[in-house]
Ligand binder design. Structure first.
Ligand code: ZN
Length: 186
């Protein structure tokens, strides 16, 4: 296993739509293991493969560090698709390992249903609510090249201009490994 550098806002791969996985080969198994290690090391609860520079449609998620989700097992979603979004929406504060030290309140559907492949490439469905639904939507957006800072209003965006440019230029301290330039590719 290895800790992988996390891509930061400004890195091109974060803006690309991730490629579908056709089979879970040795390399993919290794990538998933590394994603879990990298995510936990950075105290994250969700990670998309393009956040470690891999152009693959994979999400890892582990909410067991959160009080109400202690019993929830770590999860891997391959080629995920959100097939239902509830009309009911809620506002929650979000952060992102690719946008260190910035948090924003984001409104999203409270509940979603996710269709995905497991590591045996078997198709599954998962109904998720509240925090789990939130993490799934945030990570699913990553695989489509969308970051949570795209979802805030113009006034908020203006306020973030300076802090985001500091991140893009690596003028901040991050306590986990990050990419050194915007062309990082696994
Ligand atoms: Zn994120």
């Amino acid at each position: 296993m290895a800790l992988l550098p996390i891509t930061l806002i400004g890195d091109k791969i974060l803006r690309r739509k991730a490629k579908k996985v056709s089979d879970v080969d040795v390399e993919t198994v290794e990538l998933i293991k590394n994603m879990f290690q990298t995510m936990r090391n950075a105290n994250g609860i969700g990670l998309a493969a393009n956040q470690v520079g891999a152009d693959k449609s994979i999400i890892t998620c582990d909410l067991s560090v959160v009080e109400d989700y202690k019993k929830l097992k770590p999860m891997v979603f391959i080629n995920p698709e959100i097939i239902y979004r509830s009309e009911e929406k809620i506002i929650m504060e979000e952060g992102c390992l690719s946008i260190p030290d910035i948090r924003c309140e984001i409104e999203r559907p409270r509940q979603v249903v996710l269709k995905y492949m497991d590591t045996e490439m078997k198709e599954n469905e998962l109904e998720a609510t509240d925090l789990l639904a939130r993490v799934i939507q945030h990570e699913f957006d990553h695989l489509s090249g969308i970051l949570f800072t795209d979802l805030i209003d113009q006034i908020e965006k203006k306020k973030l201009k300076k802090p985001l440019s500091l991140i893009k230029n690596r003028q901040l301290d991050v306590d986990y490994p990050v990419t050194v330039d915007s062309d990082y590719r696994l």
